[in-house]
Design a protein around this ligand. Structure first.
Ligand code: GLY
Length: 579
């Protein structure tokens, strides 16, 4: 063994809590302290003059740049990018879904977290997600109106525009309305998604109208139009919240959902609220990472992993031992994800403990330097196949405003249910609740009571939009990918800290461990043979998988003022562009 450590007593968190309490007196002064409040950023920075956007679809990136050229700022551009993605990339996000955003305001250097996550309808009933024999009903959890939470994205766009933008909302929505009305050529990802989900789409008449215009999926090169969504976006632009959550669109949403066996009411829509929350901030190797708090598990997990790793001198280790420690830190953070986290408006969570460097100290003691800890030896619940859905975009404008936004309808094409006459594809976000305790969701994640469904509650997310602040450089990072979002963002942060450019960060090979299943998923080539052999010798089960994720990154070199933007080279339609 290269780094001898005694095998620790893995007897639950008693040891860890003990360590935490024993050292709590020093907590406030510890420079590694993870904060959950009070985010005065680096004092207002002089803007770079130019702007950069990276998103998963070139129409969306161009829409954002168009709005910037009309005098908008990063937040107006974010509205343009998000609404255009709703039209051209409906398999990943849309106005029937939700988003989470970490933003940086240039004029006072402050960061904010905007939670436009979906909520459970008031009439939510866990019995709707069970078969008669009590087994989980995966159909109602993933398809049709029962699987859909009350959408948050339209309210989030109104919020961004009203509180942070410069242009009228309708101007920021204009490119999306135009593209939906005039049409666009669907890319291969959208065509494949429609083909994959054709059977479910075929169950709902308005979904057939939207996605199977001639009774079959669109073909490459065909122009595809979405006039119903164009009208809905127009109403949102003209009337704000009332254009979606009250009146004509709301009535159509509720009547369509109820006619197909769902339980939404007008009150569910009227009472939807965006929440602004304190982002999580964690300090690591001289960088300050600002990321997503609950109801995302992402920021807590990233902070926990970085806090564990900050106690090791990784630079002195060979690759295999460095990777071993990162994997062990991932394992422990995902274990906590399963047990503790949920909607902060409903659940009391031990965030002070989870984010404390002393809790991380305790977890670090349980790591063997030369041997994998089987997840079964760490007390907890457990999950999974990495999911590939959701979308992320990153923006820096000429003034230095920053938007890091991850958006979702959950599984590919969400619930596949389109509400009649609206063009709105509903999400299937209800599956992100622990609908049936200790049964995995579509990403193999398990949950506990903290993430049980309740009326009006937000379901736990893995979305991890993040901004990394260094003395000389800022990075805006995020990705889709279900449970793998968290480890992708973590590895993106490492790549940024190691000095990689935007393409290097988005394109680097990935690996992932999420506690259960107890294995390391890896892209071909992420570990060289010697490293893979050594990790296997330490007891890690390595499994090669198809590439995953769709990372869209922008960076800003503060010394030279240079911006850089890149979309994940694994995917065909993304665009990172500096203008
Ligand atoms: N629906 C995926 C997530 O929010 O993590």
């Amino acid at each position: 063994m290269r780094f001898p450590l005694k095998w620790p007593a893995l007897n639950g968190r008693v040891l860890l809590l003990g360590l935490l309490l024993a050292s709590s007196a020093a907590y406030a002064d510890d420079p590694r302290t993870t904060q959950t409040a009070g985010h005065k950023g680096p004092t207002a920075l002089r803007g770079p003059g130019r702007a950069a956007i990276a998103s998963a679809n070139f129409h969306a990136t161009e829409a954002g740049l168009e709005v910037l050229s009309k005098g908008g700022n990063a937040f107006d551009a974010a509205v343009a990018v998000a609404s255009t993605l709703s039209v051209v990339e409906p398999e990943s996000s849309g106005i029937g879904g939700g988003f989470m955003a970490v933003i940086h305001r240039a004029w006072d250097g402050k960061q904010f977290f905007i939670d436009a996550r979906e909520t459970a309808p008031a009439a939510v009933n866990v019995k709707d997600y069970l078969n008669k024999d009590g087994t989980p009903n995966r159909d109602t959890a993933l398809n049709g109106p029962l699987s859909a939470g009350i959408p948050g994205e339209p309210a989030g766009l109104v919020w961004l525009s009203k509180h942070y933008g410069k242009l009228p909302l309708k101007d920021a929505l204009a490119p999306a309305v135009r593209i939906a009305r005039d049409g666009f050529e669907p890319d291969s990802r959208l065509i494949n998604a429609i083909t994959e989900r054709q059977k479910d789409i075929g169950r709902w008449p308005a979904s057939v109208t939207k996605f199977l215009p001639d009774g079959k999926p669109p073909v490459a090169g065909a122009v595809w139009r979405d006039p119903d969504q164009a009208r809905t976006l127009e109403l949102l632009g003209e009337k704000g919240l009332d254009g979606f959550y009250r009146g004509e669109v709301a009535q159509k949403l509720v009547s369509s959902v109820r006619a197909a066996g769902g339980n939404w009411t007008a009150k569910d829509l009227e009472s939807y609220q965006v929440k602004e929350r304190e982002p999580i901030t964690v300090n690591y190797r001289g960088y300050r990472i600002v990321t997503a708090p609950p109801p995302s598990s992402g920021g807590v997990a990233v902070a926990e992993i970085l806090n564990i790793l900050s106690g090791f001198d990784l630079s002195k280790m060979d690759t295999a031992h460095r990777m071993h420690l990162v994997i062990e830190a991932m394992r422990r953070a995902f274990r906590d994800h399963n047990d503790y986290l949920g909607d902060p408006d409903f659940v009391k969570m031990p965030l002070d403990m989870l984010l404390s460097p002393y809790y991380a100290d305790g977890l670090r003691q349980t790591i063997l330097m030369d041997k994998a800890t089987p997840s079964s030896m760490l007390p907890s619940s457990a999950g999974a196949e990495p999911g590939m859905h959701t979308t992320h975009f990153s923006i820096i404008d000429g003034e230095g405003n920053i938007a890091s936004i991850t958006l979702t309808v959950n599984y590919t094409l969400g619930s596949t249910f389109v509400a009649q006459g609206t063009g709105v594809l509903l999400n299937d976000e209800m599956d992100d609740f622990a609908l049936v305790p200790n049964k995995p969701n579509v990403y193999g994640l398990l949950g506990s009571k903290a993430n049980a469904p309740e009326p009006g509650k937000r379901m736990l997310s893995s979305m991890t939009p993040s901004i990394v602040f260094g003395a000389d450089r800022i990075g805006v990072i995020g990705s889709p990918g279900g449970s793998t979002i968290i480890t992708q963002v973590l590895e993106g942060i490492f790549a940024f800290i190691d000095g990689k450019n935007a393409l290097g960060i988005a394109g680097q090979k990935r690996f992932h461990h999420q506690f259960m299943p107890d294995r390391v998923d890896m892209e071909d080539g992420v570990f060289d043979k010697a490293t893979a052999d050594e990790l296997t010798r330490m007891g890690h089960a390595l499994k090669q998988r198809e590439p995953w994720g769709y990372m869209n990154v922008v960076t800003w070199d503060l010394k030279s003022g240079t911006l850089d933007a890149a979309s994940d080279p694994r995917r065909p339609s993304g665009l990172g562009k500096v203008q």
